[in-house]
Each structure stands twice: as structure tokens, then as C-alpha cells.
Design a protein around this ligand. Structure first.
Ligand code: TXA
Ligand code: MG
Length: 352
């Protein structure tokens, strides 16, 4: 932290959210605001993050308040380099050091979050009192530049009010956080659209706590013993608190995950529908091209589906429908299907 760092005391509600662009001059200003203790959203390769000084208790408290995030859900600390991430963790034996190195070398900078035992100086607020900390080195050039300029780790949960969908463009960050945060770096749409994969490597059984942008197959190419959380004894590891309960949900009273038959029945109603291209083409042919309810169509290809999912959910809620029916993604056998695990996880939790 620099001398100018003075914890910001602006009250939470009704603050003006400053827009920064991605020019050097604006990024310097955004970095200065972060260093002064302000909350500034910025793009990453997955979704927009809501940045705050990650080692400053007061900033972390303001971050939780700004997001309306429950105090038991820890945040990811983002750094510009693997070396900086290493300074936040405690790797107590040779095996965990090796795993950290292998995964960092292969996937950083990128959409992987590693959960490790925390170094002593990490404040309670960053880990929600847990003995472990989550760290990630993002790849997005704007995120990386901002981290370099701030010269300190940034806590950056997804930039949305708690339980709402993550945001993949500035407009959707501001849909829930306008006037609740101090600033946003407007850096266009995020390339990935699916949050990072969270892997706990702190004990001998590395486990995926949150499926995400990097698939289990990709992880196993590097560390073959990594398992999905569900496949192990529930007592063997602490769950990731943020993977419990309703989340990723647009503001629509009823949201259901359904098969094609249900979509067919709902085609000529006012219900909002979120479906894939193949299904939309089939239903249009069978039932007519025009329907009255709001409709969002996503690619059958999982990578493109993931890119568009959250923006589609935000657009659907803008029409204020009473109900939303989401087509259940069909199982695929290709190597890419690991991304489907993440997509299904998000859709299921939106429906809780
Ligand atoms: O792609 C991403 O990960 C985005 C971008 C902005 O980096 N960030 C993000 O943060 O999705 P958030 O806070 O929305 O989700 C972080 C997840 C939550 O499920 C949280 O419970 C888990 O990581 N997590 C964080 N620290 C943890 C810890 N110490 N132990 C277990 N889980 C942890
Ligand atoms: Mg989130």
C-alpha cells in the first residue's frame, strides 16, 4: 500500500459510480481509487470482479456490505503474478508445493482458483474465518494491469449483488451495483462467461469445490488425483460456502430447469424461455416462429453457451416475466463436457 492509502469513508448507498475506460490514464485513476480503499469493478477473463484491497479489513467489510454478501462466504484474492499469490499461502509439505507449482505453471494466468492454507497475515475477513485462502492470477490484460498498478492483492468476488447472476459486461454490473460501488472499469464483454474453477489443494486429496471454466479433465492432465467434490466423502473436506444455496438467479419469481416437452407446452404462453438453437429451431418449425413471451436462444456449443448465459439471464429479467423455463442442457460425451458440469451447477442453483 502507498502513503496515499486512506480508507474511504463514503457511506454505502447513493454513492456515484465513476466510469473508467481502459486507457492508461483511467487505469491509473481506478488503481488510485482502489488504493484509497474504494470498491471498483473490473473485467476478468471469466466475469467482472468487484475489487477491493484484499488485505485491508475495513475495505473487506465494505466489500461484503456493497455486495450484500453473507459474512460466511470467503473471497478470492487476485494477484498479478504467481509469486505474489505464493506469498499469501502456506504450503506445508513438498507435495502441496509441487501441486501448486504444477497447476500454477499450467493454468496461470487464467481461470483457476487455488484454495490453500492461509499465510498468517491474511485477515479473517478475506477467508470468512476459515484457515484457508483462495488465490487466483487472472489473465485479462485489464485485470492484470490494474493489479500491477495497485501493487497489492485485490479481493474480487463476482460483481453482482449476492445471489444474483454474475455479470459479463458493464451494463449488467451496474444493473445491481450502480450507486453501491465507487467505480467500474468498462472493458467490454468478458471472453469466458463462466467463473473460475475452485480447487482445494490444501490436503492430500485435491478436490474441485466449484466447477468452472477449467474442466476436470484439464486439471487431471496435470494432477491426476483431483476429484469432483461430490465423489468423495462429504466429511473429507470443507465445502466452499459460496456453493451452497440459491445463487446466479435472475429476479424472476419462478425459475425451473425443464426438458423439451415442457418447453413445447410453454411455447404459446407468456413464460420466459431460455433454450438452445437446435431446440428453438425445432419448436419454431412445429409451433410457429412468433411467441409472445420473452425468449433467449443460446448456442448448442458449450463454450459459446457459457459466454452468453449471464447476459441472457439479465435480459430476460428486464421483461419482468412471472416465470422462466430453462432448457436442461443435454449430456455430451466430448472432452468439452466438463464445462457442462459448471453450466448445470449454475442453472441448478438459479432454480433453488
Ligand atoms: O472467476 C471468478 O472466480 C470470479 C472472478 C471475478 O475472478 N470471481 C468469483 O468470486 O466468482 P466469487 O466470490 O463470486 O466466488 C468465489 C468462490 C465462492 O464459491 C467461495 O465460497 C469460494 O470461491 N471460496 C473463496 N475462498 C474460499 C476458501 N477459503 N475456501 C473455500 N472456498 C472459497
Ligand atoms: Mg459470485
Amino acid at each position: 500500500m502507498t502513503d496515499e492509502a486512506v480508507v474511504c469513508r463514503t457511506p454505502l448507498a447513493n454513492r456515484m459510480t465513476t466510469r473508467y475506460d481502459t486507457s492508461d490514464a483511467d487505469l491509473e485513476q481506478a488503481a488510485a481509487a482502489l488504493r484509497a480503499g474504494r470498491l471498483v469493478a473490473f473485467p476478468t477473463e471469466t466475469v467482472y470482479g468487484l475489487g477491493a484491497l484484499g488485505l485491508d479489513e475495513a475495505c473487506l467489510k465494505r466489500l461484503y456490505a456493497g455486495k450484500g454478501r453473507p459474512g460466511n462466504n470467503p473471497v478470492i484474492l487476485h494477484t498479478a503474478t504467481t509469486r505474489q499469490a505464493l506469498s499469501l499461502v502456506r504450503l506445508s509439505n513438498e507435495e502441496s508445493r509441487l501441486r501448486f507449482d504444477q497447476l500454477a505453471k499450467r493454468f496461470w494466468p487464467g481461470p483457476l482458483t487455488l484454495v490453500c492454507r492461509k499465510a498468517d497475515h491474511i485477515p479473517q475477513e478475506a477467508t470468512a474465518g476459515l484457515p484457508k485462502v483462495a488465490v487466483r492470477v487472472p489473465k485479462h490484460p485489464v485485470a492484470n494491469r490494474l493489479l500491477q498498478l495497485v501493487e497489492a492483492p485485490l479481493a474480487a468476488p463476482s460483481a453482482n449483488v449476492s445471489t444474483r447472476p454474475s455479470a459479463t459486461c458493464p451494463e449488467h454490473v451496474l444493473a445491481t451495483l450502480e450507486n453501491r460501488i465507487d467505480g467500474i472499469v468498462c472493458g467490454g464483454s468478458c471472453e469466458g462467461g463462466m467463473e473460475s474453477t475452485v480447487v482445494d489443494i490444501s490436503d492430500e486429496h485435491p478436490v474441485v469445490l466449484r466447477p468452472g471454466a477449467i474442466t476436470l479433465d484439464q486439471l487431471r492432465d496435470v494432477v491426476p488425483t483431483i476429484r469432483q467434490r461430490d465423489s468423495i466423502q462429504p466429511t473429507a473436506t470443507l465445502p466452499s460456502p459460496g456453493t451452497l444455496g440459491k445463487h446466479y438467479a435472475p429476479s424472476i419469481p419462478s425459475i425451473q430447469l425443464v426438458d423439451r416437452a415442457r418447453l413445447r407446452n410453454a411455447w404459446n404462453t407468456d413464460a420466459a424461455l431460455l433454450l438452445t438453437e437446435t431446440t428453438a429451431t425445432a419448436l419454431r418449425r412445429a409451433l410457429g416462429a412468433n411467441r409472445s413471451g420473452p425468449t433467449e436462444i443460446l448456442s448448442d456449443e458449450q463454450v459459446v453457451y457459457a459466454q452468453g448465459l449471464y447476459a441472457a439471464l439479465y435480459r430476460l429479467e428486464q421483461s419482468c416475466p412471472d416465470s422462466l423455463l430453462i432448457e436442461r442442457p443435454r449430456a455430451t460425451k466430448d472432452r468439452d463436457s466438463g464445462l457442462q458440469t459448471a453450466i448445470l451447477d449454475r442453472l441448478r442453483r438459479a432454480c433453488l
